[in-house]
Design a protein around this ligand. Structure first.
Ligand code: SF4
Length: 348
C-alpha cells in the first residue's frame, strides 16, 4: 500500500490512460477465467450461469486474485456459480421494487430531495450478487437527446437537492458523454450536489485519468463519490493514486460494501477494509445486508449474524471507521439502519 504522503507530486500522473483498452478486454468465459487464475477446475463454477449474467472482469481486478486459490474472496465475487440456478423463497428479480419508482425513463425517485439516474446499463465488472442483475436496462438506456425528459423532471421538481448517478456504472462512459451529463446537472440551480456511485473506480482505477480529473475540476457543484469496495484485497496502489487525485479536487470519498458469505463475513476482514480505506482518504459509509435478488441466496448473511459481525467490528474501531449496518426495505422513506441490541430499525 502506498501512503499518500510518500507519493511525489510529479508522480501523480503515472496512472496510464489505457482504461478503454482494459475495459474492452473485460468479457471472459468461465473457462478463460479459471485459466487466468490458474485453476484447472472449480467445485462451484458453472458455465451455464454465464447465460444468467455475463462474466465480466477487468485485468487490474484479476491481477489481485491469488492464483491457484479456489476460495479467493475476489474470485468468489465474479465466478459464475451453479448456485445461481437455485430459486430460493423470498428472492425475486426486483427485490427493491425499483420499477415502481421510475416516473420517467432513466430516473428512480424513491426518496424525497434526491433522485437517482440510471446513467449506464453496464459495468466493467459483473458482481454475481448484484441487486440489479435482472434490471430491465434496455428500458432505461439513454442517448444524449433521451436525457431531456429526465433533466426536465429534475428541473421542474425543485425539492430535489441531490442527483445520484448510478447504473450500471456511470464511469463506464467516455469522458465526453459523462461530462456532458454532469454539465447539464451542474446547471440545475436547485440541485446542491452530485453523487456518483461506482465500483469501476475500485476494479479499474486507471479510469481516473488526467482528462477525467481536469473535467471533474470544472464542475461547480460539490461532488461525492461513493465507491463500492467489499474486501481489503481490492485496495491497491492504483486506487490510492486515483483517490489522491480526487481528494486534491475536494471530492468527498465514501465507501459502501455488501456483507457477503465467505467473502467479508468476518469483523477482522471488515476492520482491515476500514483501515485501508482510511489510508487512501475514503470513509466507510454503509455495510449493506444483501438485497434478495434471484440467484444470490448463497451470498446471504442473516440479520442476526450481521449484527454480531458488526458489533465485533464496532468494538475494534473508532466510530468514524465503522460503516452503518443497513438494509434497504421497499416502500420505506429512506434506507434502514439496523440496531444491535433490539429489533429496532432507524430510518436514515
Ligand atoms: S458494479 Fe454494482 S451495478 Fe455493476 S454488477 Fe457490480 S454490484 Fe451490480
Amino acid at each position: 500500500m502506498i501512503h499518500l504522503s510518500t507519493i511525489p507530486v510529479e508522480d501523480k500522473t503515472v496512472i496510464t490512460p489505457d482504461w478503454k483498452e482494459l475495459l474492452s478486454q473485460s468479457k471472459l468465459s468461465t473457462q478463460d477465467l479459471l485459466k487466468l487464475v490458474r485453476l484447472e477446475k472449480h467445485p462451484l463454477a458453472s458455465e451455464s450461469a454465464e447465460k444468467l449474467f455475463e462474466l465480466r472482469v477487468p485485468k487490474p481486478y484479476l491481477d489481485k486474485i491469488e492464483k491457484g486459490k479456489a476460495d479467493d474472496p475476489l474470485l468468489l465475487q465474479i465466478l459464475p456459480q451453479l448456485a445461481e440456478h437455485t430459486n430460493t423463497a423470498g428472492f425475486t428479480n426486483d427485490p427493491l421494487e425499483e420499477e415502481k419508482y421510475s416516473p420517467v425513463k432513466g430516473v428512480i425517485h424513491k426518496y424525497e430531495n434526491r433522485v437517482l439516474l440510471i446513467a449506464s446499463s453496464t459495468c466493467v465488472i459483473n458482481c454475481r450478487y448484484c441487486f440489479r442483475r435482472n434490471f430491465p436496462y434496455s428500458e432505461h438506456t439513454q442517448s444524449k437527446s433521451d436525457w431531456q425528459e429526465a433533466l426536465d423532471y429534475i428541473r421542474k421538481n425543485d425539492s430535489i437537492t441531490e442527483v445520484i448517478l448510478s447504473g450500471g456504472d456511470p464511469l463506464i462512459h467516455s469522458n465526453n458523454y459523462l461530462f456532458w451529463l454532469l454539465g447539464e446537472i451542474d446547471q440545475l440551480t436547485h440541485v446542491k450536489r452530485i453523487r456518483i456511485h461506482s465500483r469501476l473506480i475500485v476494479s479499474l482505477p486507471q479510469r481516473i485519468d488526467a482528462e477525467f480529473i481536469k473535467a471533474l475540476g470544472e464542475i461547480n457543484k460539490p461532488i461525492i463519490i461513493v465507491m463500492h469496495c467489499n474486501h481489503p484485497n481490492e485496495l491497491g496502489d492504483e486506487l490510492a493514486l486515483a483517490t489522491q487525485q480526487l481528494s486534491d479536487l475536494n471530492v468527498t470519498l465514501l465507501n459502501q460494501s455488501v456483507l457477503l458469505r465467505s467473502i467479508n463475513d468476518q469483523a477482522e476482514i471488515l476492520k482491515q477494509l476500514s483501515e485501508g480505506l482510511f489510508e487512501i482518504g475514503v470513509l466507510p459509509y454503509y455495510l449493506f445486508i444483501l438485497d434478495k435478488v434471484t440467484g444470490t441466496a448463497h451470498f446471504e448473511i442473516s440479520i442476526s449474524e450481521a449484527k454480531k459481525i458488526h458489533q465485533a467490528l464496532q468494538a475494534s474501531l473508532p466510530g468514524y471507521l465503522v460503516p452503518r449496518l443497513t438494509i434497504e426495505v421497499p416502500g420505506q422513506e429512506s434506507k434502514t439502519s439496523i440496531s444491535h441490541n433490539t429489533n429496532q430499525i432507524i430510518n436514515l
